[in-house]
Design a protein around this ligand. Structure first.
Ligand code: BEZ
Ligand code: FE
Length: 286
């Protein structure tokens, strides 16, 4: 007769304690979560001290979070969960040359209230020490027909050369290195920005503690965040990565996709920028 080290009915009892009014999708998610967490505890014979260390880390993440710091999301990011959910959600966006632009994670530094700027404006409002200026431009188009999408919104944000986004840094003017742009009559957008530089994700909290315990560095490869939207099309959240960056192959939050790697090239005759990046965004119908 098979013997069980632990009560074989325990997990089912916990799952079945959910009442009939539980919404079906929530029931499915909770049942799966309870099953996996219980299996994890049994398989590893989790000790009380280890479980309590996890509880403390969760509490610490909550206590540290506010409107400019999302430590819960950061903890998910360093264990690859946001990147995995992105992959699951956007599996259809295959990484082929003629596919829609691939997605990448939003990350914790998006700001919903970013203002519109005019095409050709600079998002560099507070100067950045050692920063290299770049002119970024391109077209937003339907990925199948290649038809330019007129009036599409392109929102971008990037960290400064000190590794900080404006909401993390009192020295930067609000909305520095952020902007929303609307594509013109030919579907073009354009703006001046910094060549992005690598930066560490905040590591003075629980996500940093986890990285340290896993013997990992906190750096993200240099990137620019993009959200592109157009009526009737799937909104795109993504990031583009500088091919020259040393962290491309070991991003601390596992967000790099080959098709999102870009090349900054020298720009001639422009006193505002020595570099240029041409980047077209290919959207898919909703
Ligand atoms: C970011 O790209 O801004 C980011 C993503 C995940 C964790 C931390 C930062
Ligand atoms: Fe970022």
């Amino acid at each position: 007769m098979a013997t069980h080290r632990f009560d074989p009915n325990f997990t089912n009892n916990v799952i079945n304690a959910m009442g009939p009014k539980t919404e079906p999708r929530f029931r499915k998610l909770m049942a799966g979560l309870i099953q996996h967490v219980h299996d994890f505890a049994r398989e590893n014979e989790l000790t009380v001290d280890e479980w309590m260390a996890g509880v403390k880390l969760l509490n610490w993440a909550g206590q540290m979070s506010d409107n400019v710091r999302n430590e819960g999301q950061l903890v998910c990011d360093v264990i690859g969960l946001e990147s995995l959910v992105d992959e699951i959600t956007f599996k259809l966006a295959e990484e082929a040359a003629d596919a829609p632009t691939a997605t990448a994670i939003l990350g914790p530094f998006f700001r919903a209230d970013t203002p519109f700027r005019n095409n050709g404006d600079s998002i560099v409002v507070t100067s950045a020490k050692g920063g290299e200026m770049a002119f970024m431009h391109g077209q937003v188009m339907d990925f199948v027909t290649k038809k330019p999408l007129v009036g599409a919104t392109v929102e971008v944000w990037q960290a400064s050369t000190n590794g900080l986004y404006e909401q993390q840094d009192p020295e930067q003017i609000e909305f520095n290195l952020r902007g929303k742009f609307r594509t013109d009559e030919e579907g073009h957008y354009s703006f001046y920005c910094l060549r992005p530089t690598p930066y560490p994700v905040p590591y003075d909290g629980p996500a940093g503690k986890l990285l340290q315990l896993m013997d990992r560095h906190p750096f993200r490869p240099a990137h620019i965040h993009i959200i592109a939207t157009y009526e009737g099309y799937r909104p795109l959240t993504t990031q583009i990565f500088d091919r020259k960056d040393p962290y491309l192959t070991n991003d601390s939050v596992f967000a790099v996709k080959d098709s999102l790697i870009v090349d900054f090239v020298p720009r001639q005759g422009d006193p505002q920028a020595g570099l240029e990046l041409t980047y077209d965004v290919r959207l898919a119908r909703a």
